[in-house]
Design a protein around this ligand. Structure first.
Ligand code: ZN
Length: 323
């Protein structure tokens, strides 16, 4: 009962990914009192919704039932006014009024937003972009997630489709976009876990004596995570692949700095484990190529929140709903 009393006034933040779900009971200081994990069931809409409800109920029970609201971060195009999931690449949530369904079932206020917007909100309110009126978030995972704060407001666009920063073109006529996009030369084709794995494989073949080359010879799959790990361990060849990706990231950030003049650019996602080996080259490109005065002031920093940024951001959505 002590735990329940301490957790009074919690909200529940839910981060729904393409493969797994995390629900957290979170207080106003973003302390997490309980975490509920589920595999995302993607067979049909009902299964997805039941998984969300099941995890929320576990988290609610764990903190004694006293919960004020629920926030959902889902990897879909969300209509900002209605909380309807309109389009979704990895989940069967097309034209589903997620907010109203979950609110009806739980009898609680519910806020819904795109997962990248939720991560931006967590960093803006409590993390690396705290206090900024203008900020950019790039989450480098398999692909790229983007978030944007302009003039003290989270930017969602006219139809909820804004801040797709990974689809900024950095090379006209370049590589086909690996995402659900018909463009070529998008940032995501050059800067992502997927791109890192592709470049890592190319270099492993060229340099069989490197740690990457030896990993390939030993039958390991050359993934972005492996290149990040070997960079972190000091392998020069992996470090060069990462450095080159950092420069491409810098080209993308240069455009964002010129367009938005942000105080801070926050870089998160799994690839940021490489730290300065990624951000250093990016900063050098921005310092050379972005316009003044923006380039003299912008900070390019790692995200504060890692794998839980989506869940914490969803909790912030819920906290702000009940204010
Ligand atoms: Zn694209």
């Amino acid at each position: 009962m002590v735990a329940a009393a301490m957790a009074a006034g919690c909200v529940i933040g839910v981060d729904l990914g393409g493969t797994k779900l995390l629900a957290g009971a979170v207080d106003e200081r973003l302390q997490v009192h309980h975490r509920a994990y589920r595999l995302a069931r993607t067979d049909d809409t009902t299964a997805v919704l039941e998984t969300i409800l099941d995890a929320v109920l576990e988290a609610r029970e764990a903190v004694g039932g006293d919960v004020r609201a629920v926030g959902l971060g889902i990897p879909c195009l969300i209509a900002p006014e209605t909380g309807v999931a309109m389009r979704c690449n990895h989940l069967p949530l097309v034209d589903v009024p997620v907010r109203d369904i979950v609110a009806d079932r739980l009898g609680l206020p519910v806020a819904v937003d795109n997962d990248a917007n939720a991560a931006m909100l967590a960093e803006w309110r409590h993390g690396a972009a705290r206090g900024a009126s203008d900020a950019v978030l790039l989450t480098l995972g398999t692909g790229i997630g983007g978030g944007l704060v302009v003039g003290g407001r989270l930017v969602r666009g006219a139809r909820g489709g804004a801040a797709e920063l990974g689809h900024m073109v950095i090379a006209a006529g370049g590589l086909p976009c690996p995402g659900n996009c018909e463009g070529r030369g998008c940032l995501e084709a050059y800067v992502s876990g997927m791109a890192l794995g592709r470049e890592g494989l190319r270099v492993a073949r060229e340099a069989p004596d490197s740690a990457l080359g030896r990993a390939l010879a030993a039958g390991r799959e050359i993934t972005g995570a492996l290149v990040t790990e070997l960079t972190h361990d000091g392998d020069t060849v992996a470090g060069e692949v990462m450095g080159h990706m950092g420069e491409r990231l810098g080209i993308g950030i240069t455009t964002l700095v010129n367009v938005f003049d942000p105080e801070v650019v926050v870089v998160g996602g799994g690839v940021i484990a490489a730290g300065e080996l990624l951000l250093g080259p990016a900063r050098e490109v921005v310092a050379r190529h972005a316009l003044r005065p923006a380039r003299d002031h912008v900070r390019i920093v790692p995200a504060r929140f890692g794998a839980e940024s989506g869940m914490l951001g969803a909790a912030v959505l819920a906290l702000e709903l009940v204010g």
